[in-house]
Design a protein around this ligand. Sequence first.
Ligand code: ADP
Ligand code: MG
Length: 501
Amino acid sequence: MSASPPVRGPERIRRALLGGYPLVYVVSWEEARVERAVTALAQRFWDRPVPYGAWSAVDGLVLAGEPIGGTADPVKALDAVLGIEGPAFVLMKDLPALLPGRLDLVRRLRDCYRQLKGTGRFVVLVSPRLVLPEDLKKEVFVTEFDLPDEAEVQYAVRQLAARFLGDGGLPEAEASRVIGALRGMTLDEVEHVFSKVFSRSPRFTESSVSELLAEKEQLSRKEGVLEFVPPRTSIDDIGGLENLKDWLVKRRGLFTRQAADAGLPVPKGLLMMGMSGCGKSLTAKAISALWNLPLFRLDMNLVFGTENPEASFHRALKTSEALAPCVLWIDEIEMAITGGREAGGGDPALGRIFSTFLTWMQEKEQLVFVAATANRIHLLPAEFIRKGRFDQVFFLDLPNEAERKQIFTVHLKKRGVNLDGFDVVFLAKATKAFNGAEIEAVVQAAAVEAFDLGRPMTEDDVSRTITATVPLSRTMDDQIKAIKSWAHNRALSASRDLTTV
Ligand SMILES: Nc1ncnc2c1ncn2[C@@H]1O[C@H](COP(=O)(O)OP(=O)(O)O)[C@@H](O)[C@H]1O
Ligand SMILES: [Mg+2]
């Protein structure tokens, strides 16, 4: 392969430079990748290589390999940059974190803007978060350095294949599977995973792709908040919820590049709210097989467990775009608003996470379908549910009698029971106010009992476990009434018929 490296992230920086901005702020988690890009710019941006410098709070300014004394303070470092003769590229690593409260530093950056203009000298700031005082917003060009796109991963994979497997070591037909498996990671991670698998045995085999996926998963478990959910749930596993299922079936062909190119509206997302144990998570999982798309679960608990929830959340959204087309499942999204606490408010970071999400929903261009669920719906702010954010908001109520019959059928069949000996209409009548999870539990308990007695499960076994169960909803009648009336005007019923509840 003789293709030159694609430069999407770096290209954005280059465009900023061509636009004449001497100060560029790169929002990225990949400091090393940004550093490589800036080093490359120092080599190639001008007709001859120019000096490259890097500043960090620990090392001060190191210019063309030489440490410059007395530059641990960023203001002094910027003074030194102002004093350089001719063109240069300087990467300031830890600087954005220092900006709040340092008026002298803000001042010196503004000086840099004026004095560096037209000198061919550039200062690049890098940080995973955008921290920019109002005063600097006009002077600094902000650009994002996304995760590598398909072309970048493809290039990296070709390079790595040549290094580890030799020419022709990666069969052309397999290359796209490997690239697909390695997307959603930084280039460093791609290299790490690839070399880990192929330095063990430098040959591409049947199991190589799954080994790559396994390594990737291990890596993502360490620090990622997105989890790949295998497509094991079918739409036929869902009893009832006919309106919701119809909605999904109807949109099966819309979530494709072809449909988008044909000008058809691409579904953006779906919000499912309501009673717990009624199939919200189940439905989210089923979208994957129905639409034939990979599904990634964004775990809000993990997000809040990281040092910087806001950055982790933003990163997860960006990662999902790198994995597009895909379904992004955000379970119990009310966590994003409350940080896991019962009442919201107070913590400004939570407000930011929430607005990050809304902005992203509005602006995302990639084919990422958001399947969000919410249990504690009274915590959802009005602007969240407002029309236009999600394509549709569904309310999942406790299953009505017809639905309970279907849910019994699903779970009895799953246990290989011959339905002839079961009166599912009777079972449905006997389980008023049960949710889907409770019906499943009843069937499961009956199956365990029968197994213990060494015989197939009977309807009597199921009846007995029903009698022994008090559904959760019975103890929270008032709450349920409140939830229902709250949802009444705000959401569409997921069930076809509510009159038999
Ligand atoms: N409508 C349903 N049809 C079939 N099974 C259901 C249904 N609702 C709930 N269940 C069973 O209960 C389990 C828990 O439901 P879940 O979807 O996690 O509820 P929640 O609405 O709280 O997300 C499911 O995995 C499934 O086995
Ligand atoms: Mg759930």
